[in-house]
Design a protein around this ligand. Structure first.
Ligand code: UDP
Ligand code: MG
Length: 320
C-alpha cells in the first residue's frame, strides 16, 4: 500500500490544531487505499501546541510529531518534516486550513494518473490580506522573476504534493538559507498548478509581520540571485565614468574661466551622495557575505527536542 506523508508546520497553533485534525481525518477517510502519516512539526511554540501533539500521537498511530528546541521558522519546520517523511507521496500544508486538505485526493490523482511529479497550489486572489502586503508581494515576484533564473509563481503557496523522487532531489539541496518557493522551482520536474481562492485562517492569527516578510524576501533574493552584486558593480562603473567626465569639465572650465572659490555646497552633496551609494554597495556585499558565513558554519537547520519518530528513522540531526 502506498503511503502519503502530510507535513504540518505549527507555531503557536493550539486553537487551529483540533480543527485541522478533524478535517485531515475526514479527508484521510476518503482515501482508504493509502497509508498515512501525519507529521506535526512544532516550531518552538510557547502555547499548548506540543501537549496537543503528544495527546494526538497517544491516541492515533498515524500521528508523528517533532518538537523544536526553539522557533527556527517555517522553512526549518518544513525541512524537518521532509527529512523525516517516509511516504511515497509527501504533502506540506498549513495547520490553519488556508491550504484546504480537501484538495488532496485531486492532487494525488494528478501525480498518479497524469504523470506529474509535483502538484502545487496558487492563490488566485489575495482576499483578506492587507493591501500593502499584497502590493509588495506582487512587486517581489515580478522582481524575482526578472533577476533570477529560477521561476517563482506569484501567489504560490507552500501547499504542495510531491513524489518521492521530487522530495529526494529537494533533500539534496541542503543549504542553510532555505527559501522553499525557490528550491521547488530549482529542482525542476513537471509541476501542475491548481488555482484556488484564498480563504481566511480558521483560528489564531498570522505569524508573519510585515518586517518578517521583508526579511524573508531579502533571504529569497540573496538565495536565488546574484543580480544585486552586479548592480553594485555597474553602479561603481557608472559613478567612476561620471567622475571622469566631471574632471574633464572642471579642467576645461578652469582653463577658460579661472577658478573662483565657489561650489562647495555641490561638493558636499556629491560626497554625501557617493558616500551613500558606497554604503549601499557595501551593505549588499555584506548581505551575501553574512549568508555565506552562516552557510559555511554548517549549523543544523533545526534541533529537535522531542519526537515520537523512532531514532533510526530520524535523520534530522544530520549536519548539512
Ligand atoms: N509557522 C511556523 N513557524 C513560524 C511561522 C509560521 O511553523 O515561525 C507555520 C504556522 O503555524 C502555519 C504556517 O507556518 O501553519 C503558515 O503561517 P501563517 O498562517 O501565520 O502564514 P500565512 O498563511 O499568513 O502566510
Ligand atoms: Mg495562514
Amino acid at each position: 500500500m502506498e503511503k502519503i506523508s502530510v507535513i504540518v508546520p505549527c507555531y503557536n497553533e493550539e486553537e487551529a490544531i483540533p480543527l485541522f485534525y478533524q478535517e485531515i481525518k475526514r479527508v484521510r477517510g476518503l482515501m482508504p487505499d493509502y497509508a498515512f502519516e501525519i507529521i506535526l512539526v512544532d516550531d518552538g511554540s510557547k502555547d499548548k501546541t506540543v501537549e496537543l501533539m503528544r495527546d494526538l500521537a497517544a491516541q492515533d498511530e498515524e500521528i508523528r510529531y517533532i518538537s523544536f528546541s526553539r522557533n527556527f521558522g517555517k522553512e526549518a519546520a518544513m525541512y524537518a518534516g521532509l527529512k523525516n517523511a517516509v511516504g511515497d507521496y509527501v504533502v506540506i500544508m498549513d495547520v490553519d486550513l488556508q491550504d484546504p486538505p480537501a484538495l488532496l485526493p485531486e492532487m494525488v490523482r494528478s501525480i498518479k494518473e497524469e504523470g506529474y511529479d509535483s502538484v502545487a497550489t496558487r492563490r488566485v486572489d489575495r482576499k483578506g490580506e492587507p493591501p500593502i502586503r499584497s502590493f509588495f508581494a506582487r512587486r517581489f515576484y515580478r522582481l524575482m522573476n526578472r533577476i533570477s533564473k529560477t521561476e517563482m509563481t506569484d501567489g504560490a503557496r507552500d501547499y504542495r504534493l510531491m513524489s518521492r523522487q521530487f522530495v529526494d532531489s529537494l533533500m539534496e539541496l541542503c543549504e542553510y538559507n532555505r527559501f522553499s518557493k525557490g528550491l521547488f522551482g530549482w529542482v525542476g520536474y513537471k509541476t501542475k498548478w491548481i488555482p484556488y481562492e484564498n480563504t481566511e485562517r480558521v483560528a489564531g492569527e498570522t505569524k508573519w509581520s510585515f518586517w518578517k516578510l521583508l526579511k524573508y524576501s531579502i533571504d529569497g533574493i540573496v538565495a536565488f540571485s546574484t543580480a544585486p552584486l552586479s548592480i553594485a558593480m555597474v553602479m561603481g562603473f557608472l559613478f567612476a565614468f561620471l567622475a571622469f567626465l566631471m574632471v574633464i569639465f572642471i579642467v576645461v572650465r578652469t582653463a577658460i574661466f579661472g577658478d573662483p572659490v565657489s561650489g562647495w555646497p555641490s561638493t558636499v552633496c556629491l560626497i554625501l551622495f557617493v558616500g551613500g551609494i558606497q554604503l549601499i554597495c557595501t551593505g549588499i556585499l555584506g548581505t551575501y557575505l553574512s549568508k555565506t558565513y552562516l552557510e559555511v558554519k554548517q549549523r543544523p537547520i533545526y534541533i529537535a527536542k522531542e519526537t515520537n519518530i523512532a531514532k533510526t528513522e530520524e535523520k534530522g540531526k544530520d549536519k548539512v
